[in-house]
Write a protein that binds this ligand. Structure first.
Ligand code: GLN
Length: 456
């Protein structure tokens, strides 16, 4: 804990931690020492971790990197972070992210972007750590903490993990409680661990999961010992390679990495088969209808009355002006864009044409996966991202759709509610990390982690 606290203080340039909690860390580390002495040391006992700013942490600012939650200090702890406390983990502080987890570069944060600790060869250009869990990824990659929590609505654990050379798993929808996690798109949001390797992810995921009556979508299923599943044996497993993920214009290096991944799994005894997930091309448009629709509804609660920021009002302003001014000041551009898109696709005249159609597409995407698993596929291998980390500022001001295209390999997994993991598998020509993604059967994270283990 002391080593991490010292490292964090030296790494302000990365802007990974947006709120440091050294007192809490030292207190919990001392308590962990006591538990270890008493012979009662659970899995995460004494392990220093960072917590994404999207998680409510009791008595500690939790702002979802938004101006509208400025000064918000929850009186309660999210179930996931409470589970980690119970497992002995030591919180070092809160981690940077895109505002309300909307983004793929950490550039929509009210705190300014986090920075990727990696560089392109000798080129000093600062790169994005990815998003939205960019602070989590940068902190783990730069050894500021041993692990961090992330959340993933459309790729926000897996894309930043791939951009920073770490491992991140989004479990099956319902594995981790969403209680106390600031909502973005409730039918897609899941928490998960971001760690240095697959074994750490297995250990931390187990500590994060639980059935929680306070989240009606939380699964009432036993939480297996994911670490025990890491046997390294994948003989006889069938790995599907979906042809629709071979995108036009995909960089050669991503293709080469994919081939390398196939070979590694084949060498480990798996059978590689070509499969088709025919509705893949509709995933991104469906996601960018469903996610903003749910976000516009979830974000309606930020009205200047119940939480955080309220605009200064002028003489004669009524409640409408109060809402308008507060939301115009408190929300950043990308969040406002999503609220507008979301309200539009949910509005009476367009609901069927956009929102309902997107929901039907979602069902078709889920069925593609169901069919593949029913045909005997155990896991699906794809690239995690269409490129390595890009430069900060390179994409933010461009067409927002360019940024959305980053999520092309990851959103299908959220739409189908499946577990997906990103594993670092190589470096590109510029020396930047690249990751592969494995997608597994629902509730079989142990199996998925074990397959990922063979890629390490
Ligand atoms: N980049 C995607 C978005 O902006 C995914 C975000 C996430 O998973 N939280 O919506």
């Amino acid at each position: 804990t002391e080593a991490c606290l010292a490292a964090i203080d030296k790494a302000d340039a990365l802007n990974a931690f947006v709120h440091k909690t050294p007192e809490i860390a030292r207190e919990r580390a001392a308590a962990a020492d006591e538990r270890i002495k008493a012979g009662d040391a659970p899995d995460m006992c004494g392990i220093p971790v960072g917590i994404k700013d999207l998680f409510c942490t009791e008595g500690v600012p939790s702002q979802a990197a938004s101006g509208i939650l400025r000064g918000f200090v929850p009186q309660y702890e999210s179930t996931v972070s409470q589970n980690l406390i119970d497992a002995g983990a030591v919180m070092l502080g809160k981690l940077n992210m895109d505002e309300f987890a909307m983004g793929s570069s950490n550039e929509t944060s009210v705190y300014g972007n986090a920075v990727n600790p990696w560089r392109r060869g000798n080129d000093d250009t600062a790169l994005t750590p990815g998003g939205s869990s960019g602070g989590s990824a940068a902190a783990v990659a730069a050894d500021l903490c041993l692990a961090a929590t992330g959340t993933d609505t459309g790729g926000s654990i897996r894309q930043p993990a791939a951009f920073t050379g770490i491992t991140g798993i989004k479990p099956t929808y319902g594995r981790c409680s969403r209680w106390g996690v600031v909502a973005f798109a409730s039918s897609l949001d899941q928490a998960g661990p971001m760690t240095k390797d697959v074994r750490d992810s297995a250990i931390m995921l187990r500590a994060m999961c639980s059935h929680d009556p306070k989240d009606s979508t939380s699964a009432d299923l036993p939480v297996p010992d994911f670490e025990a599943a890491l046997t390294g044996d994948i003989k006889g497993k069938t790995i599907g390679i979906p042809k629709e993920y071979r995108m036009d214009g995909m960089p050669e290096e991503i293709d080469a990495l994919w081939t390398q991944g196939k070979e590694m799994l084949r060498d480990a005894g798996a059978k590689i088969v070509d499969i088709s997930l025919p509705h893949t091309k509709y995933a991104l448009p469906a996601y960018y209808v469903i996610a903003p629709a749910e976000a516009s509804s979830n974000l309606a609660r930020y009205d200047g009355v119940r939480y955080g920021h309220r605009a200064k009002l002028s003489q004669g302003d009524g409640i409408t002006e109060m809402y308008e001014k507060t939301r115009a000041e408190g929300f950043g551009k990308e969040v406002q864009r999503r609220v507008m898109v979301g309200t539009y696709v949910l509005s009476a005249g367009f609901y069927d044409a956009y929102y309902n159609r997107a929901r039907r597409v979602r069902t078709l995407i889920k069925r593609d996966f169901d069919d593949a698993f029913a045909a005997g596929v155990d896991a699906i291998l794809t690239p995690a991202t269409p490129s390595s980390a890009f430069g900060l500022g390179e994409m933010a001001e461009a067409d927002p759709v360019q940024m959305y295209l980053n999520d092309v390999f990851t959103v299908t997994v959220n739409l189908a509610g499946l577990p997906g993991i990103a594993v670092p598998t190589g470096l590109d020509r510029q020396g930047l990390p690249l990751g592969l993604q494995l997608i597994g059967r629902p509730w079989e994270e142990g199996d998925l982690l074990n397959t990922a283990y063979a890629l390490e």
